[in-house]
Design a protein around this ligand. Structure first.
Ligand code: 5GP
Length: 205
């Protein structure tokens, strides 16, 4: 049986509420969450090392140079990257790790980890995305527009995801995503080697 942790990539349009879904998955089901590095400025209430590791462009570049990221991407006006060490260590120790990253990064992860599970979270319609973004009050009108444009581009890559979850009701969405992860773990772990072992054990009884 494969004892390595499972790698779960969660993406979604800005404003789809994926941050809330991920937070709940971590709190309720104990998934391990990778904290990304970013060159974006902290929003009010965000803390270094909790939401992100906030870096200067030079620090970020240095991490790229030293192969410190599993993947990194530019999103709107900033860079975001997944620190390699934490993810590899957690998976080696058998913990299931969630990466909350955008589409380019997700595609990159899938190439390196073909067993990774890719889930895309969306709001029920485009208008609620924009309303949620504006309602959050953390971004300027200009940034909101850039993020909506980016959402339009990202929608082209959704086909590459294994599952799409619609976040109409947060409780439902959290349960759905957890169920997707659990069933995919069974699928992966029910491999032939495992069955062969049981066959051998049964014969030896
Ligand atoms: P935000 O600025 O709203 O926190 O994040 C902007 C976008 O960057 C979101 O779609 C978020 O999922 C994505 N993101 C956060 N961390 C990473 C990362 O490490 N790598 C990539 N590729 N995207 C990330």
């Amino acid at each position: 049986m494969n004892k390595d942790g499972f790698l779960i990539v969660i993406s979604g349009f800005s404003g789809a509420g994926k941050g809330t879904v991920v937070k709940r998955l971590v709190e309720e089901y104990g998934y391990s969450l990778s904290i990304s590095a970013t060159t974006r400025a902290p929003r009010e209430g965000e803390e270094d090392g909790r939401e992100y590791y906030f870096k200067t462009v030079a620090e970020f570049q240095n991490l790229i140079d030293y192969n410190g990221f599993i993947e990194w991407a530019q999103y709107v006006d900033n860079y975001y990257g997944t620190p390699r060490k934490f993810v590899e260590q957690e998976m080696k120790e058998g913990r299931d790790v969630i990466l909350e990253i955008e589409v380019q990064g997700a595609m990159n992860v899938k190439k390196q980890y073909p067993n990774a599970l890719l889930i895309f979270i969306t709001a029920p319609d485009a208008k609620s995305l924009k309303d949620r973004l504006a309602g959050r009050g953390t971004e300027s009108e200009e940034i909101i527009n850039k993020r909506m444009k980016r959402a339009a581009q990202e929608s082209e890559d959704i086909d590459a995801y294994d599952y799409i979850a619609i976040n109409d009701d947060i409780e439902e969405c959290v349960k759905t995503v957890h169920s997707i992860i659990v069933s995919n773990k069974c699928l992966r772990d029910n491999n032939l080697e495992f069955i062969d072992n049981i066959k051998g054990e049964l014969k030896a009884l």
